[in-house]
Design a protein around this ligand. Structure first.
Ligand code: SF4
Ligand code: SF4
Ligand code: FES
Length: 331
């Protein structure tokens, strides 16, 4: 089967802008996009730059944009792409600086992974023997950990390229680093004070509360790491640990406090729950509030609770952590 591969070429040192170049290639049955790209490089254009190593979806090097979605080239079938899209376009990962052609600069990616301290603190890994002199490693208790699947991450960067929040702010820690952070936060060997230090770092701006929950990181991850789910778990742990001062956390706790108090969301009171008594910030949202009021979208702040409020409060009281969360700061 003779196919055209349209590859985005760009050398930032010599080219004013990226350009698409077509390559015609006879593709054999069962070939992957990576195999096709290697053949194009070997048989037609040795200047094409791409990154790969294991060819087995293990090393994470060959992530790129194939037909508009982030994929590992070594496990993407040419035939399936043609069947689905009728064409093959290949481009570098989005939202990362291009070094050349399909090779992106992963420096910021690795910097963020490093920033979340992806290792256990030394005090967690060692315990003193009876003599108090020798240090020996503390083993991971088999029945007391749940890493979900975050330790399957191969650091390919596909999720970061697809991330809507990263697209807007390059400072956002990003799905891969946050999933990595969750793996260490879930590790039972680390003491509570070390976990709290981690959470304090993660709740800062550009951390867990900057995720928009768009789910793209979950969709593109080739290893089913589900970074967004890891971020949601981090948020839950942060709130339960009493770290609920950021806007994102206050939105959740405020929302729940209103439901517990009156059985329904009251948009007139939400700004107070999230912003508090900061007059300048309240004035900033006031025009939106007035427009909503004008269109009848804001219930009275003095509206009484719904008739079944007792049952709702029973639900909250049945779950200790819900009770704790809604009492913190807001009730
Ligand atoms: S869910 Fe959050 S972390 Fe994942 S891609 Fe969307 S904004 Fe990024
Ligand atoms: S979370 Fe998935 S997509 Fe993101 S770097 Fe890890 S393996 Fe790649
Ligand atoms: S070459 Fe290693 S993941 Fe594709």
């Amino acid at each position: 089967m003779r196919l055209t591969f349209t590859i985005t070429r760009f050398n930032p040192e010599t080219d004013p802008r990226p350009r698409d170049e077509p390559y015609r290639l006879d593709v054999e049955r069962g070939q992957t996009v990576l195999e096709a790209l290697i053949r194009i490089k070997q048989e037609q254009d040795g200047s094409l730059a791409l990154r790969y190593s294991c060819r087995s979806a293990i090393c994470g090097s060959c992530a790129m944009d194939i037909n508009g979605a982030e994929k590992l080239a070594c496990r993407t079938s040419v035939r399936k792409e043609i069947e689905r899209h009728g064409r093959i376009t290949v481009a570098p990962l989005r939202n990362l600086p291009v070094i050349k052609d399909l090779v992106v600069d992963m420096t910021s990616f690795w910097g963020k992974v490093r920033a979340v301290t992806p290792w256990l603190s030394a005090s967690a890994l060692a315990s003193r023997t009876e003599t108090g002199r020798t240090l020996r490693p503390m083993l991971l208790p088999r029945d007391r950990y749940q890493f979900h699947n975050v330790d399957a991450c191969i650091m390919c960067g596909a999720c970061v390229a697809a991330c809507t929040s990263h697209e807007v702010s390059r400072r956002f820690l990003g799905p891969a680093a946050l999933a990595k952070a969750e793996r260490f936060l879930a590790d039972p060997r680390e003491p509570a004070d070390a976990k709290r230090t981690r959470l304090r770092f993660l709740e800062q701006p550009d951390g867990i509360w900057d995720c928009t929950r768009c789910n793209f990181c979950v969709e593109v991850c080739p290893k089913d790491v589900q970074p967004m789910e890891a971020i949601i778990r981090l948020r839950r742990v942060a709130i339960e640990a009493g770290l609920a001062r950021s806007g994102g956390a206050r939105h959740i706790t405020g929302f729940m406090a209103l439901i517990r108090r009156s059985g329904r969301l009251n948009e007139a009171l939400m700004p107070l729950q999230v912003i508090g008594c900061n007059l300048r910030r309240l004035l900033r949202v006031a025009p939106l509030g007035l427009r909503m009021l004008w269109h009848g979208k804001v219930p009275s702040p003095l509206a009484p609770p719904i008739p079944g409020i007792a049952q709702i409060r029973t639900i909250f009281n049945s779950f200790g952590h819900l009770k704790r969360i809604t009492r913190a700061d807001h009730t």
